[in-house]
Design a protein around this ligand. Structure first.
Ligand code: ATP
Length: 227
């Protein structure tokens, strides 16, 4: 696990360990499950990330199904990642206590990691197709690469503003990390058919979600009487 240390100028923080290729994967992680974990491990190996950070987002309290609190989602991430040194948790969006834009998280990460570290934002194909609706979307590549997770048979956007950006910025997954930011690469992964929604529904209806998520997380869910 990397450790943070203050910058000499005292403004930001930087890694005491030298990291050169970092990625972030945002999500609700309510709860974290084996679909997230397998994808994270495969992406890290395929794209040679030194560290892949799972970034739980702030979710306003609401809704029909019982929701885990931010503290509970964070604890489940900690339990899930306890034995996996290449994966880390970045809790900055929870600490803000309000929803964050991805651009703000990337700006903060870039300030901490310095100008030379390769930084990647991982997004699913569905999210990528809607990139033009994101806050300050045209600035994302000023701070990071974008890694798009493609499913076998899924197609990247062919027309429109996102397709134009892809056409201008498409990079090679073997070489993109030689630059700190600015490329879009797509990686084909076969996702496990697991979702947090389905896990919550199983638990809610009295069924076992065992083997869809780490046992430590399932034990915690039972202990806390979640979902
Ligand atoms: P929910 O069912 O509550 O919408 P989810 O299972 O999709 O949740 P999120 O926390 O929303 O989980 O997902 C975080 C990220 O992980 C997203 O980019 C999402 O596309 C990706 N992801 C979710 N499930 C899988 C899976 N089975 N395989 C690969 N990636 C996944």
């Amino acid at each position: 696990m990397a450790t943070f240390a203050p910058d000499a100028d005292g403004i930001g923080a930087s890694f005491a360990t030298v990291l050169t290729n970092i990625a972030m994967l945002g999500g609700t992680f309510d709860p974290i499950h084996s679909g997230h974990l397998r994808s994270a491990v495969e992406l890290r190996e395929h794209l040679n990330f030194d560290e892949l950070r799972l970034v739980p987002c702030h979710v306003p309290p609401h809704r029909d199904v019982p929701q885990a609190t931010s503290a509970q989602r964070l604890r489940m991430l900690e339990l899930a990642l306890a034995d996996e040194p290449g994966l880390a948790i970045d809790a900055r969006e929870l600490q803000r206590g309000a929803p964050s834009y991805s651009i703000d998280t990337l700006i903060a990460l870039r300030a901490e990691l310095g100008a030379h570290c390769a930084l990647s934002l991982i997004v699913g194909m569905d999210a990528f197709a809607q990139l033009h609706t994101w806050h300050r979307w045209q600035e994302l590549l000023d701070y990071a690469h974008i890694v798009v997770i493609a499913r076998p048979g899924s197609a990247l956007p062919q027309s429109g503003a996102v397709a134009d950006l892809l056409h201008a910025k498409r990079g090679d997954s073997a070489t993109f990390a030689a630059q700190p930011n600015g490329s879009i690469v797509s990686v084909e992964l076969t996702p496990l058919p697991i979702s947090a929604t389905a896990i919550r529904q199983l638990i809610n209806s009295g069924h076992s979600p065992r083997y869809l998520l780490p046992d430590a997380v399932w034990n915690y869910i039972r202990e806390q009487r979640l979902y």
